[in-house]
Design a protein around this ligand. Structure first.
Ligand code: GDP
Length: 443
């Protein structure tokens, strides 16, 4: 989980503050010392930490906080605001040119995730109605062109290449002409990386920049490299000038130091984050939402957005009606499963729920998405009649279902039991709601 250690430490520190009716200056100082250590351990740039803690301290020992009824909460609010500010305050979008095609040039070291990100960006903007073209200018890394072509094929996005013998500047220029001719309104140029920053690389990138005049130069950096990523960003910005950063592999980064330092050190915003190897694992970067996640306040907005995209409102309403009328059956259970599956891996959803990210007992549970697939298989192996009326599920029917779904009778039994418990619980909720509506109150 991203920011795992940091989130836990900050939340522990603030839990102590929250319990206090009044805060002394010493309380704040002690808390800030803990915050400082936690940030340093998360590999945040030293100077960034110092400035951050000073700012928070200055605001937190102010009269307004000290005299407030809930000083602990007040301090958390300040930390939340300052964390958000540290990462750039607001989401930084791609600015599309009024004269298409908009040209995005991706730069970065080898292995940072440029080629993958090129595809992900193309996919993201295609969903928003753009007609992207990917241009393969990495003529040095063996198989880079092929890799881009494979990505393009998967996403059904055209890829322009001229093999690996041509000069990258010429390829980029020809790619843009190709886009103009073919009505592509977005060109994403995948450039070559190196293992380290060197002059040859920078010269080549500068040449491409001056010849094609991209609207956006996005630097792709690997967040797992921590402060190295920040140094790389600084060097690229000084030598080439960048417009923003794509931070990849945040899914594997438990510390998060780069995410918290890049903006403060380079003054360039993080625009997107890579959250996995799959081609739809790219998200816009929202400083405020990330800050809330770190502080265990959850990321309800992202969750709602995901839900809005995935959940069919009409089906959800129908389901609600059925629950009220106590007609919820295995068919509905299956529909519900399918909707949940569309939200993405359960681990990621859990992270977004306020309060939950800090709950230790939940952290150790392995939320197994394969389990959902097995449950689906079991329900799909039932006849329509069985799904409507599980009470007819005798031993021989259960054996047949287990065989049909490639599971065991025990698993089928477990699911039927779970389903009955769920249905009972839903009935209780519905009854409770009814009695409350009648004017009954909780005793
Ligand atoms: P390039 O050399 O910069 O073009 O890097 P690639 O696009 O080939 O990526 C290098 C490796 O990082 C590949 O194995 C990618 O699948 C992987 N990768 C890229 N982005 C992410 C990400 O956000 N999360 C994870 N887990 N892996 C990523």
């Amino acid at each position: 989980m991203i920011f795992e250690g940091l989130a836990e430490k900050l939340q522990n520190t603030f839990a102590k503050l929250k319990g206090k009716g009044k805060l002394s200056e010493k309380d704040v100082k002690d808390a800030m010392r803990e915050v400082k250590l936690a940030l340093l351990e998360a590999d945040v740039n030293f100077k960034v930490v110092k400035d951050f803690v000073n700012k928070v301290k200055e605001r937190a020992v102010g009269q307004e906080v000290m005299e407030s009824l809930t000083p602990g909460q007040h301090v958390i609010k300040i930390v939340n605001e300052e964390l958000t500010d540290l990462m750039g305050s607001v989401q930084s979008k791609i600015s599309f040119s009024s004269k298409p095609p908009t040209i995005i040039m991706l730069v970065g070291l080898q292995g940072a995730g440029k080629t993958t990100t090129g595809g992900k960006l193309g996919g993201l903007f295609k969903k928003q109605g753009k007609r992207p073209l990917l241009v393969a200018c990495d003529v040095y890394r063996p198989a880079a062109i092929k890799q881009l072509q494979v990505v393009g094929e998967k996403l059904d996005i055209p890829v322009f290449s001229m093999g690996d013998k041509e000069n990258p500047v010429n390829i980029a220029k020809a790619g843009i002409s190709h886009a103009v001719k073919n009505n592509n309104d977005l060109v994403i140029i995948d450039t070559a990386g190196r293992l380290h920053i060197d002059e040859g690389l920078m010269d080549e990138l500068k040449n491409i920049k001056s010849e094609v005049k991209p609207h956006e130069i996005l630097l792709v950096v690997d967040s797992m490299t921590g402060q190295d990523a920040v140094n790389v960003a600084q060097s690229f910005n000084e030598a080439l000038g960048i417009d923003g950063v794509v931070l990849t592999k945040l899914d594997g980064d438990t510390r998060g130091g780069a995410a918290l330092s890049v903006r403060a050190v380079t003054n360039k915003p993080i625009k997107f984050i890579g959250m996995g190897e799959k081609l739809d694992d790219l998200e816009p970067f929202y400083p405020d939402r990330i800050a809330s996640r770190i502080l265990g306040m959850g990321d309800v907005l992202s969750l709602i957005e995901k839900a809005e995209q995935a959940i069919d409102i009409k089906k959800a309403k129908e389901l609600e009606e059925k629950i009220k009328k106590q007609e919820f059956d295995f068919e509905d259970f299956l529909t519900q499963m399918e909707q949940i599956k569309k939200l993405g891996p359960l681990n990621k959803i859990i992270e977004m729920i306020p309060g939950i990210s800090g709950a230790k007992e939940l952290k150790n549970i392995d939320f197994d998405d394969k389990e959902i697939v097995r449950i689906q298989a079991i329900i799909q192996s039932m006849t329509k009649k069985e799904r409507k009326d599980p009470s007819i599920l005798n031993a021989s029917r259960r054996r047949r279902i287990a065989k049909g779904s490639g599971t065991t009778v025990q698993e089928v039994n477990r699911l039927v039991k779970q389903f009955e418990q769920t249905r009972k619980m839903m009935k209780q909720f519905a009854d409770l709601e009814k009695s409350m509506k009648k004017g009954g109150k909780f005793k």
